[in-house]
Design a protein around this ligand. Structure first.
Ligand code: COA
Length: 228
C-alpha cells in the first residue's frame, strides 16, 4: 500500500495532517519493529487496527517535515513518543475515531513546542450533547450559527490543546480552554488561552478535524496547573 499524502493544515502554517481510514486492513510490514512489538501485545482487534492506522498516519505526516524511519511509541502514560534519528525537533499527535485515524506533525520552533489533533465524527455529537453542561463555558456558543458544529469544535479544541500540552483532558484543557472566535466556514478557530494557535477542517463525511500548536509558555503553564 502507498502511504497517504500529507496535506498542510489551512491556517496552521508549517503543520501537516494525514488521515487513514480505519477499514484499511493493516499492512504489518509498514510498522517499525518497536511499533510492531506494541501492536503484538494489544488484545482488542479494534485497538490493534487504530494503533496501526495511527502509526501509518504519523509516518506520512512526519515525512512532510522530512522525518523518515521514526517509530511512534508511547510513554508509560500513553503519550506519544517519537524515537529514532532526526526526531529531536519533530512533534506529532494522533487521534482516532470510528472512521478515521488522523495525525498532525510540525517541527519544533521558537513558537511551537507541542502539537495536538482531534477528530469529532458525526456519531460523537450525541455523547457531546450529554457532556456539554460539564465542559462548555457560560455563553461559549452564543451567536454561533451552527451550534452542533460549535459544540464539536469546543470539544475538539480542548482535546487538541490537551494533546499539544500533553496534560490530558481533565487536568487543564477541559475547564481552562474556551472558544473565543468561531466561524462555521473556513479554518478560523480561536481559544482563550495565550500561546495556542488552532485551525479546523471539515471532511466531506462531516468529520471535524481540529489541530493545535502550543508555544513553550503555554506548555509550561498547562503542566504547572496539571501537576498541582
Ligand atoms: C489525551 C486524551 C485527550 C485522548 O483522548 P482519546 O479519547 O483517547 O482520544 P483520541 O483517539 O483522539 O487520541 C488518542 C491518542 O492520543 C494520544 N495521547 C494519549 N494520551 C496523551 C497525552 N496525555 N498527551 C498527548 N497525547 C496523548 C495517543 O497518541 C493516542 O493514540 P495512540 O495510543 O494510538 O498513540 C485523553 O486524555 C482524554 O482525556 N480523553 C477524553 C475522551 C472522552 O471522554 N471522549 C468523549 C467525547 S466523544
Amino acid at each position: 500500500m502507498q502511504l497517504p499524502v500529507a496535506k498542510p493544515v489551512p491556517g496552521l502554517g508549517g503543520s501537516f495532517f494525514t488521515l487513514v481510514p480505519l477499514q484499511q486492513p493493516p499492512v504489518l510490514e509498514l510498522l517499525h519493529p518497536e511499533e510492531k512489538a506494541i501492536w503484538d501485545a494489544l488484545a482488542a482487534e479494534s485497538r490493534k487496527r487504530e494503533w496501526w492506522a495511527g502509526r501509518i498516519a504519523a509516518r506520512a505526516a512526519l515525512l512532510a517535515i522530512d522525518v523518515e524511519n521514526a517509530a511512534l511509541v508511547r510513554d508509560e502514560r500513553g503519550r506519544p513518543r517519537l524515537v529514532g534519528a532526526g526526531t529531536e525537533d519533530a512533534l506529532v499527535s494522533v487521534s482516532h475515531g470510528r472512521r478515521w485515524s488522523a495525525a498532525l506533525a510540525a517541527k519544533r520552533s521558537a513558537d511551537v513546542a507541542g502539537v495536538g489533533v482531534d477528530l469529532v465524527e458525526p456519531e460523537d455529537i450525541v455523547r457531546l450533547r450529554k457532556l456539554a453542561s460539564r465542559f462548555l463555558g457560560e455563553g461559549e456558543l452564543d451567536g454561533v450559527v451552527d451550534p452542533e458544529l460549535g459544540l464539536a469544535a469546543a470539544w475538539a479544541a480542548r482535546e487538541a490543546v490537551a494533546k499539544a500540552t500533553a496534560t490530558g483532558m481533565w487536568a487543564f484543557a477541559m475547564s481552562r480552554v474556551h472558544l473565543d472566535g468561531f466561524q462555521s466556514e473556513g479554518p478560523h478557530l480561536e481559544v482563550d488561552v495565550p500561546g495556542a494557535r488552532l485551525a479546523k477542517l471539515r471532511l466531506e463525511d462531516g468529520t471535524l478535524l481540529v489541530g493545535a500548536l502550543a508555544d513553550r509558555a503555554l506548555v509550561d503553564a498547562a503542566r504547572a496547573i496539571a501537576s498541582q
